[in-house]
Design a protein around this ligand. Sequence first.
Ligand code: ADP
Ligand code: MG
Length: 575
Amino acid sequence: MPIVRLDEATVRRIAAGEVVERPASVVKELVENALDAGARAIRVEIAAGGRELIRVQDDGCGMLPEELPLAVERHTTSKLRDFADLARLTTYGFRGEALAAISAVSDFEIASRPPASGHGARLRVRFGKPGRVEPVGMSVGTIVTVRDLFATVPARRRFLRQDVTETAYVQRVLAALALARPEVRVEFVVDGRTALATPGSGRLVDALAGVYGAETAASIVPLEPIESGEVAVHGAIGLPAVARANRQSLFLLVNGRWIESRTLVAAIEQAYHTLLMVGRYPIGVVAVSLPPDRVDVNVHPTKREVRFADERAVAAAVHEAVRRTLLSHLPAQPPPAVTFSPLEPPVIQRRLLVADPSRVPPPPPVISPAAPETGEAPSSAPPAEGRLPILRVLGQVRQSYIIAEGPDGMYLIDQHAAHERILLEHLLDQLATRGVEQQRLLEPLVLELTPQQLETSVRYARELRELGWEMDPFGGTSVAVRAVPAVVQRNIERVLTAVLDELATGGRGTTPLERVAISTACHSAIRAGQELSLPEMRELIRQLEQCQAPNACGHGRPTVVHLSTEELERHFGRR
Ligand code: ADP
Ligand code: MG
């Protein structure tokens, strides 16, 4: 074939493919134009994933009627005069190609009115063929309407995905621009329904709420600002709890421009290392600022990728900012090598184990508002030695240990040992005062015991009865249980046989009565491996806080281990 010069329409269509890939790229170009025009409010509307309709309306500086035909030509721009300008570019656009490309592959209309004009003008361009400029009544700004995108380019139209997917791409574009420019009000309407709206308050938190929803935005924290060399990093990132299953909710900005960069995404994900489960990805917006001559924005037709003079320095700064922010917001996770020290030696407080009927609980400390007789300053009673501080429950580990935060660091509480301690003190308190609370069974529970268990039940009948266990021989090795201690709320058979076995082999406690009490408390307590709700954990901690000796169970094992703030900091090399 002989070489010929392609006609203008063909050249345009070929070029359009570079800039206009899908509805989202159209929206990106149009919204960037609106921002370049100084818009304070931008409304984007699409129908059928952008295939049928894309309309972008702004309140920016507008254009004069005679500028409209120029604007839709190729290489026409008001933003650049020569190549040297590229290095100091402050606008999104500069190639002067977008309107030409979009109007070549759609039924396109641009209507615009500058503030000085009393009315606007519009120009329709149908698939590359411009009509005439006509006057039109409209408010100040520009409205671009794109219909039937790619109707004359079947190959490209076939390549489009389902409407929901194309809509999601558009939404991502608008989210990025809304986050880049919190001072601009952005509204996105999909098939008549508002899908995203930011207030244009100028505050990033408001833009985050508009993009992610208020609930998720509450878990997005400001980046600790970093300035290293020529690179500054700011923005906001989501805590691990609000990570997503894909990478679509993380936005990178370089000098206010939304870009894609595998390197920077990798640097951010690396900062979340060990904090995110496999297959979960960070969300948020990370904005890098650096001198314009340290980054080349002209390496990609849609300006989606940039080239850094020193990419490693940028990646390092981004990593550092994200990592620091995460560490300052997350509860510390002790490495497995940490050895916890018990709060105090696990010694059973003997005086609590003496069943002395004359013992009454000490009266609450009375604080007189003024003590004129002695002249001493009134003081609140200091917390008793070994008492627990007020704790805030954070969660449960291995369904066995409760994690809590106290005034000085972290506490791990063994749920079984703690409950055992609580029940034991209840029992001892009741023994010492009004007698152990008992629960009568509606019908006697007949249990088959081993000969040894039967013998133990007879031998310690008096102590068992004092603790609330009431049973009679029921022929053979059976007993009929008529009443149980009120602390035994279920599994009566299991608890009683365990108590009898423990009594037979000795167990802890100096007197048989103590041994029955300790054993009953132990076997009635919640066990390790039982999932507890947050309210249940809080109640358990509240009761433990009220114990006289909260730090050891009846068997002398620790109930609480404490890692002080100082120790925490030492473990992480902060001291
Ligand atoms: P570029 O943005 O690269 O300059 P475009 O083809 O996107 O090229 O736009 C061409 C020109 O049309 C712009 O330089 C600008 O002068 C004008 N223009 C486009 N959109 C708007 C708008 N929303 N408001 C005001 N002027 C606009
Ligand atoms: Mg443009």
